[in-house]
Design a protein around this ligand. Structure first.
Ligand SMILES: Nc1ncnc2c1ncn2[C@@H]1O[C@H](COP(=O)(O)OP(=O)(O)O)[C@@H](O)[C@H]1O
Ligand SMILES: [Mg+2]
Length: 180
C-alpha cells in the first residue's frame, strides 16, 4: 500500500485528533521521536502493540527504531533486520520485535517469520516496510509515514484506541508539530 494510511473509524471515534505531523530536521529529531514513542508505548498485558514505519529507503525508519529500542533498554548495537527480517530483544518481562519486510519476497513468506507467536502481551512489534507483507501484517496501533521531501517529516496516524493514547502522548511531548 502506498500513500496515506487510512484511519479506521474506531480511531476517529475516541475523541482525539488521529493524525499529527512533525518536522524531523536532523537525526536527533528523528531519534527524539523514537525516544518519545518508547516512553509513551501503551504496553498491554494481553495484546501486542504494533508500530508501522513506512517511507522510502533512507527516510529514517531504522534510525527511529534504534532510538526507540535504546530507550526501551537495548544496550547492544541495534542491527537493521534487513536480512534476518526480524530481530528480537528481551527486555525484562517485555519483548520488542524489530521487523523489516523490505526483502520479503511475497506476503506468503511472512508466515515463516512466525509473527503470530509475538502477538501477545508485553510485546511491541516495530515493523518497517509493512506494505510488503500485505494483509497478513498485524494492524498498527500507530502508523508513521516518514518523508524526506519537501522536508523530512513524520506523520503519525492512530489505528486503535491505544494508538490514539500513544499519539496524544507524543503530541504532548514534542513541540514541532506542523499542520497537514
Ligand atoms: N531527520 C534526519 N535528518 C537527516 N538525516 C537523517 C534523518 N533521519 C535519518 N537520517 C539519516 O538517513 C540515513 C538512512 O536512515 P535509515 O534510518 O537507515 O533509513 P531507513 O531505515 O528508512 O532506510 C542514515 O544515514 C541516517 O542517519
Ligand atoms: Mg531501515
Amino acid at each position: 500500500m502506498s500513500g496515506r494510511w487510512p484511519v479506521p473509524a474506531s480511531a476517529r471515534a475516541v475523541g482525539h485528533e488521529a493524525r499529527s505531523t512533525w518536522l524531523l530536521s536532523d537525526v536527533p529529531a528523528t531519534e527524539q521521536l523514537g525516544t518519545v514513542l518508547a516512553r509513551g508505548c501503551p504496553w498491554s498485558e494481553t495484546t501486542a502493540r504494533v508500530l508501522h514505519l513506512s517511507g522510502e529507503l533512507g527516510a529514517g525508519k531504522t534510525t527511529l527504531a534504534a532510538a526507540l529500542l535504546r530507550e526501551l533498554g537495548v544496550n547492544e548495537p541495534v542491527r537493521s533486520p534487513s536480512y534476518a527480517l526480524i530481530e528480537l530483544y528481551q527486555l525484562g518481562t517485555r519483548i520488542a520485535a524489530h521487523i523489516d519486510l523490505y526483502r520479503l519476497n511475497s506476503p506468503n513468506e511472512l508466515a515463516t517469520l512466525g509473527l503470530r507467536d509475538y502477538l501477545t502481551g508485553q510485546t511491541l512489534l516495530i515493523i518497517e516496510w509493512p506494505e510488503r507483507g500485505g494483509s497478513a501484517v498485524p494492524k498498527p496501533d500507530l502508523h508513521l509515514q516518514l518523508e524526506t521531501l519537501p522536508v523530512r517529516s513524520a506523520t503519525a496516524s492512530a489505528g486503535s484506541e491505544a494508538g490514539g493514547i500513544w499519539l496524544n502522548d507524543a503530541r504532548a511531548a514534542l513541540t514541532t508539530e506542523v499542520k497537514n
